[in-house]
Design a binder for this molecule. Structure first.
Ligand code: NDP
Length: 283
């Protein structure tokens, strides 16, 4: 069994991005800029956003931190997005979800300039992903493909079973795997015969948010197992895969933490660099 090391791959990607950003700065005098928007003071969201800004600066990018109070109106947030859209030093805009209930998240995500949509959630980019010509694709799903590529796992022709159909993980990772010529089955809470389906997976991606949900009887020998889940059990981070027993059957498996998680932030930075390059006409 090979333990997929997301920390290592993420660090390598970030190293390459820092180098490229440095070279572009010398050439153009400009740097990629990422704006993060945090509404309210949810501790988990605050940690995520702080981390994103920190890594942004470590790579030599510019970070623009926007913190708004919990009672911010939808109109005020829309106005801020408008300003960020028209700021030429900002190439990526990330609005940390979830937003407070008075704000319609869909409306906010749709207000972001698709060229600055580094999360890849804007309907224009979702459409491009389905068509197969998106520049900015969602970070966690793209991170999963990068991990498979790094470990030289051939995706083509494999049966990939994706547990979960969210717009953030399940659907986009299915599209990306399909683009790479896997045969896809998407499962969700209404799926019947779940065990039978997961046992037929060459590649199993679990993104449901239920600790230790996938047990060894749901996985076939030699399967490639990707755990997206982040669950807190007794203060400890746990994935959706019951790691110990499943790792005895898997050929490759991602741990939690240290698997998919660190890839998400690396791909956010990669998207910011891509958006920057696109905006200055370098491809
Ligand atoms: P959502 O809650 O949006 O979606 C969960 C999906 O799982 C739904 O499609 C749901 O089905 C399905 N599901 C729930 N229970 C079952 C079940 N018993 N059997 C089959 N399917 C089920 O979650 P997200 O996609 O946003 O996130 C999933 C997990 O990944 C979470 O733990 C989250 O924290 C983590 N995550 C990790 C990231 C990272 O960077 N590592 C990034 C993003 C998320 P239905 O649609 O029918 O309700």
């Amino acid at each position: 069994m090979v333990l997929i090391d997301g920390k290592k791959v993420s660090a390598e990607i970030r190293g390459c991005l820092a180098k490229e950003a440095g070279e572009l700065k010398e050439k153009t005098g400009r740097v990629p800029g990422l704006a993060t928007v945090l509404v309210g003071d949810d501790p988990a969201s605050a940690v995520y956003v702080r981390n994103k800004n920190k890594i942004c600066r470590e790579l030599g990018f510019k970070s623009f931190e926007q913190k708004l109070s919990l009672d911010t109106s939808e109109a005020k947030l829309l106005q801020l997005i408008k300003e960020l859209n028209s700021n030429n030093d900002i190439h990526g805009i990330l609005v940390q979800l979830p937003l407070p209930s008075q704000i319609d998240s869909e409306k906010i995500l749709q207000a972001i300039d698709p060229n600055k949509d580094v999360d890849g959630f804007h309907p224009v980019n979702v459409g491009k992903l389905v068509v197969g010509n998106a520049l900015l694709t969602p970070c966690t799903p793209t991170g999963i493909i990068k991990l498979l590529d790094y470990y030289e796992i051939d995706i083509s022709g494999k049966h990939a079973v994706v547990l979960g159909r969210s717009n953030i993980v399940g659907k986009p990772v299915s599209m990306l795997l399909l683009q790479r010529n896997a045969t896809i089955t998407i499962c969700h809470s209404r799926t019947t015969n779940l065990e039978e389906i997961t046992r037929s997976a060459d590649i199993l991606v679990a993104a449901i948010g239920r600790a230790n949900f996938v047990t060894e009887n749901m996985v076939s020998n030699g399967a490639i197992v990707i755990d997206v889940g982040i669950n807190r059990v007794d203060g400890k981070l746990t994935g959706d895969i019951n790691f110990e027993p499943v790792s005895k059957k898997a050929s490759y498996i991602t741990p939690v933490p240290g698997g998919v998680g660190p890839m998400t932030i690396a791909l956010l930075m990669e998207n910011t660099l891509k958006a920057f390059k696109e905006s200055i006409g370098i491809n």
